[in-house]
Design a protein around this ligand. Structure first.
Ligand SMILES: [Cu+2]
Length: 172
């Protein structure tokens, strides 16, 4: 690469690093995103959940307020509620609190990230990036792994978090 282009690239990277560092670095260091995962989708399936655990080592709570993903037209936060015998999903407008020195779990049957209008299939044993946006920590880039369709937990993890009800569909 010609020298001037290399120089431009380095300056650009330095600018990027600089903007990411503004106020976010210390807080970001307090958050740990544990095993983000999703499920393989069928070709006709236009929505998918993403699940993960957020641990906060800091002494102030934070709040997951938004999600960005190239994988779908819309990425939002959902919770699952029981309505009679049917589990339904609802958007979580207020975000998801991660308590100080605590954690928040996004799992099947509970709170989760919903990708609506999937632009491509989620294929088992692949990964895809997404961005979590926190009130204090700012933007946190993560990579989710795609598990089998119907998986109830990430591979290698223990525990049964219940099921995303078969009758559940994305809330409108
Ligand atoms: Cu959902």
């Amino acid at each position: 690469m010609p020298l001037f282009r290399k120089f431009t690239a380095i300056v650009f990277l330095a600018l990027l690093a600089g903007s990411a560092a503004q106020a976010d670095n210390d807080v970001q260091g307090e958050l740990t995103i544990v095993h983000p995962w999703s499920r393989a989708t069928a070709p006709s399936q236009k929505a998918g959940g993403v699940f993960l655990k957020i641990q906060n080592a800091g002494d102030q709570p934070d709040r997951l307020i938004a999600i960005e993903s190239e994988m779908a037209d819309v990425a939002s936060l959902h919770t699952t509620i029981r309505d009679g015998d049917v589990m339904k999903m609802r958007p979580v407008k207020e975000g998801i609190i991660v308590p100080a020195k605590g954690e928040a779990e996004l799992a099947p049957g509970g709170q989760h990230i919903m990708l609506i209008g999937l632009r491509e299939r989620l294929v088992k044993q692949t990964t895809f990036p997404l961005t979590l946006i926190f009130e204090r920590a700012g933007r946190v880039e993560i990579v989710a792994s795609v598990e089998a369709a119907g998986a109830r937990a990430p591979s290698g993890a223990v525990g049964d978090h219940g099921q995303h009800g078969a009758a559940a569909g994305p809330a409108k």
